[in-house]
Design a protein around this ligand. Structure first.
Ligand SMILES: *Cc1c(COP(=O)(O)O)cnc(C)c1O
Length: 415
């Protein structure tokens, strides 16, 4: 019985049907894509669906233990309207620059629920964050000294969390950000000694930030890292003099991008978190935070470009579109991927065709790296049809070299 309901819950997370096709046309909510494009009056563009973001948050809250607080890591998609929408749904925002900090504040998030991580915070950024009274995730002892000095100069006591570089890593992750030598955080083994000296700094210690990695689809790997993270937090908390309020246990929930990628099954992850919360009664009055970027927005967005030309080169069919890696670097395979694989692609057609054609879709840039889809079987497309890249709500516009070759900027629309 229990098992069945677990499966039902997981079904919430089955992806790729968010932008349905009807008679050869893709729909955004109840509107055909062509109508949405007409609203903006140009391609290329990103379209994000507010409802899908809301649904994702609702199903996460349903699955995860109630005690878990959810933060949005803004670097996944810093579009102000997206941040504003998420600000009303999450418990906090994580920022990685002063620019993101201002967007978070403008979105109405209370400063105490904004945290700022990043290994190279400038003096200006530290002062701004202290003045804004947000939480600084401290990445080195040097940084702590600078925060102490700027706090005194401003007559404020900065809220700080210590970012920990654990001696373990998040296995089978798209991007590993812990374990071994890393530029992020303070090595875990140095922290007990630093914690005994923390009272020498004029700061208010709010807790620990332990982020291990990104883009993970493996429940076992996440459970393993949560077990280790709770254990480490318990060890470290023994060296804390006085009380503290929160433990940020990182995130790393991934979304399926490529053929063969399996949707992350959160049910066992949630059950394991519940078990850990019971096993560590010392954290009963602490906020336990999970910070997520792409999991909240990645599947709620598409990238749309228009077919400009079509040609055959020595037996390979090419579609050439007005969009490319200058707007969507991660789809081109050049944002941390080892081997380029195809994101899911749809063709939204003016005249429906059920004929499939093996097609390579490229952008307008003068580099072979500018590939949107490589040798995929797609419905036969014509000039003027729209090419849609799914799973594009995260690490799109802001993670791309928009000025490369001087083409026009991409537009964004949140519906
Ligand atoms: C990038 C980042 C995230 C978000 O990662 P996603 O894969 O988008 O979920 C969260 N926390 C920190 C510290 C990060 O650097």
């Amino acid at each position: 019985m229990k098992k069945q309901s677990a499966q039902k819950k997981s079904a919430h997370h089955v992806s790729l049907n968010y932008f349905p096709m009807k008679k050869g046309r893709l729909f955004v909510g109840d509107k055909p894509l062509e109508q949405v494009v007409a609203m903006v009056g140009q391609t290329p563009l990103y379209i994000y669906d507010r409802q899908l973001i809301t649904e994702r948050m609702t199903s996460l809250r349903e699955i995860l233990p109630e005690k878990i607080q959810l933060h949005y890591a803004m670097k996944a998609n810093p579009m102000p309207a997206v941040v504003q929408h998420l600000a009303s749904l999450v418990d906090g925002l994580d920022v990685a620059s002063q620019g993101e900090m201002l967007t978070a504040i403008n979105a109405g998030m209370p400063p105490g629920n904004i945290s700022f991580a990043g290994p190279g915070k400038t003096d200006a950024e530290l002062k701004a964050a202290i003045a804004a009274q947000i939480v600084l995730n401290v990445e080195s002892e040097n940084e702590l000294r600078r925060i102490d000095a700027f706090g005194k100069a401003l007559g404020l006591t900065p809220d700080i969390a210590l970012r920990v570089n654990p001696d373990f890593e998040l296995k089978s992750s798209g991007m590993k950000m812990s374990g071994g030598a890393k530029q992020f955080g303070i090595d875990a083994e140095l922290l007990p000694e630093l914690l005994t000296r923390l009272a020498e700094f004029s700061v208010h210690f709010v807790g620990f930030h332990i982020f291990s990695g990104s883009q993970n689809l493996n429940s076992e790997a996440l459970m393993d890292v949560h077990n280790k993270t709770f254990e480490l937090a318990a060890q470290l908390s023994e060296s804390v003099q006085g009380d503290f309020g929160q433990i940020n246990i990182g995130g790393g929930f991934g979304i399926p991008y490529f053929p063969g990628d399996k949707v992350l099954d959160l049910q066992p992850v949630a059950e394991n978190l519940q078990r850990l919360l019971t096993a560590y009664p010392q954290f009963k009055d602490k906020e336990i935070i999970i910070e997520l970027g792409r999991y909240l927005v990645g599947e709620a967005g598409i990238y749309v470009s228009k077919v400009i030309d079509k040609k055959d080169s020595r037996g390979q069919n090419y579609l050439i579109t007005d969009g490319g890696l200058h707007h969507h670097l991660s789809n081109s395979g050049n944002f941390g991927q080892v081997i380029r694989k195809n994101y899911p692609v749809r063709i939204s057609q003016r005249k429906e065709s059920s004929v499939l054609e093996n097609t390579t879709v490229v952008g307008p840039l003068c580099t072979p790296l500018d590939t949107l889809a490589n040798k995929m079987d797609l419905p036969k497309a014509e000039i003027g049809d729209l090419v849609v890249i799914l799973q594009s709500g995260a690490y799109g516009k802001s993670a791309s070299p928009e000025h490369f070759l001087g083409h026009p900027a991409v537009k964004e629309l949140l519906l």
